[in-house]
Design a protein around this ligand. Sequence first.
Ligand code: ADE
Ligand code: ZN
Length: 320
Amino acid sequence: MTVTRAQVAALPKAELHLHIEGTLEPELALELSARNGVPLRHADAAALRRAYAFTSLSSFLDLYYECMAVLRTARDFADLAGAYLAKARADGVTRTEIFFDPQVHMARGVPLSAVIDGLSAAAGRSAAAGGPRAELIACFLRDRGPDDAMRTLESLAGHAGRLLGVGLDSAEVGYPPAGFAGVFDAARGLGLHTVAHAGEEGPPEYVWQALDLLGVERVDHGIRSVEDPALLRRLAADGTPLTVCPLSNVRLRCVDVMANHPLPRLLDAGVLVTVNSDDPAYFGGYVADNYLALAAELDLGLTDLAALAGNSITASLTGS
Ligand code: ADE
Ligand code: ZN
């Protein structure tokens, strides 16, 4: 039986891997470009969408960082997050743990307080309107190195009460987690949760490092864990969740076609897998679209999808 969008939306779920800057739809990017007088290379929404033909993570990140230039004020961040939260609510998301990239914004001269004030305002409005409940995870850009991350953590410290945790993202290969151990220890000292992208394009060794050296509570992507049976046993034994993003993996060519996605093998190995959208404006769909793609192309039924949605609640850092 075909699974419908309404059935997927009716499953209460958490979204745990979502970059707020990756929810910037072309129409809003152009509106903010005009509002703030920040020109974009692509003149209209169709031209921007045509540029979304990615060949790798880094080919995506180039455009993603470029488009972020239009985000300047707290109001911009509130508009961005408000638009995402409305879509998440329609998809049955009851809670979401939202990533943002403070280093990119601070390097452009946008005060950290503008970013966090804007995102927090949208989160407050969403909670007051019945959800989803939204919390914030500040990600360090691994390709800017541990010293820059530590300086960023010092800036974040004054806002720690408004943050759920810290993460690690951006270009992966060549930037193993190991160097960030001190930063992650310091973040825990501020009472913050810790997660990290690992095993998206990078090897299983990076997932081991995220677990053993960074001590993360969750691994973002982690799909290359499927290549290492001992790692799968470790993830399953510890109940460490993976935040898997199927449409992203295919768009960035980490997986060739959805039919070959490792998600079923991760589930068979007993890993706590969750389904998420990563950068939905760029990858062809929000969280419900990811569930529907699994149903259509990996033959998962409603019971399987309900189990994945249940996993996402279990894997939430704020508890089930
Ligand atoms: N930043 C935004 N999306 C990302 C991804 N899929 N991997 C690493 N860094 C990211
Ligand atoms: Zn991501």
